[in-house]
Design a protein around this ligand. Sequence first.
Ligand code: ZN
Ligand code: FE
Length: 495
Amino acid sequence: MLQRFAEESFLVESGVDRLITECGVSPDDLIDFAKSRDEWIISRSLVEEFLKVKHEQEKKDDPPQACIEKTEVKVERPIFRAIASEYPGRVDHLSQYDISGRSTSKGTVENFVSLFENRYKKIAALLHAQPAQLPIVDFAGARKGDKCRFIGMVRSKTVTKNGHLIIEIEDEKGVMKGFINNSKKELMSQAGYILLDEVLAFDGNYKDPFFFIDAVTWPSVPINKQKKLIDDNLSIAFTSDLHVGSRLFLERELKRMLEWLKGNCADEREREIASSIKYLFLAGDLVDGIGVYPNQEKELVIQDIYEQYQTLFNYLEQVPEYIEIIMIPGNHDAVRRADPQPRIPDEFIKNKRSNYHFGASPSWFRVEGLNCLLYHGNSLDSMIANVPGLSYYEPEKAGIEYLKRRHLSPIYGSNHIAPEEEDYMVIEEVPDIIHMGHVHKNGYTEYRNIPIVSSGTWQAQTDYQRMQGHIPTPALLPVYNMKTGALRVIDFNGV
Ligand code: ZN
Ligand code: FE
């Protein structure tokens, strides 16, 4: 669309393209209209005028029937009957990937050993399943002169004074020093993405004491992954980071959204979208919590954690009961801070309803047959700090990096990890959708046909965010239609 405007030498006011898409305006009609008015900027006011003229034209084309009798006709908005209410909810919780009730961690050295062994085993198995040009050899079986593939965990990365790269790689049998010559420019830039503690396949030549690396392979997801769509016109709405209890919680906007879910919106197209919503995902930070950071009490309007959850559930009770609500915790919720975070305990849930579903962070829910991976995103900060090219402006791109590594928290030590016997952060299956929160910035991308949604927030900018230069995008609701694969973002900010 933007290209079409550029071809005709029009300038487009920022943000107007979204309005055009949302209102389903044909760019060509709009171009003709702008030309007829001698306009060369596609501005918001021009689009609004165009819509008005079009609306009047449509009314003229379809004149009302002549009234024979003059009776008072009370015009009532048709009763909202959601399409989604006609379908049963289809939610399966894949509890084998959920830490809730299974934590065995005592924080001992043995626990950590077991965690990393398990991570290695799970990701190495994914790499073993990939076609390899070279024989896969373990470190004990390596012979001088071997051209082979090693599968190992990255222990350290060091740049020599001549600019070569030495990567210490570990497997269950030992440690190997990998070497990348700085003349291999492409490989060197690829190696910039190698993170500590991730499990990779290295192809190269073993000449004791070094393994000369020629190629690096990430486990990733299949290149030919198909997008999973369903036959019914049903949607998932994604949200997170409500921060109920914070003085910056946007109550008015949230209430507007709750009304909208019930069909109370003027825009006919938006009513259709609301009508298709069968699932509502809440990816953590449901409440603001207590004592999450120093002096937090000054920022709270509800200082009692039970009351914060009570208020949250009072809101959720207003969500139509045919909508299945899936909830996971975040770093502000009343569970342990370390990943994986278990589900929100029952003691905080008042008036449990049959449409509530609770899972850990991360957790997997199969919805209408689609494998949905929900994770609050506690490791996003460390990913953004360590992976070249990532930023708080586009947190959804970190989702791609998780998928490539098949791990939701690859770098150990940057964010809290509980040393469980099993590594629940490994992305064991190929998901059909990923949903994250935490960064308070809305964003959407796809990787190999896997939609990745970063849902925003219902909290205004905090002082901390202002200091860090983070600009949140509050009160936006991304809605994904599982039949068409289209994502629409509904804006609940005031006019
Ligand atoms: Zn948050
Ligand atoms: Fe968070």
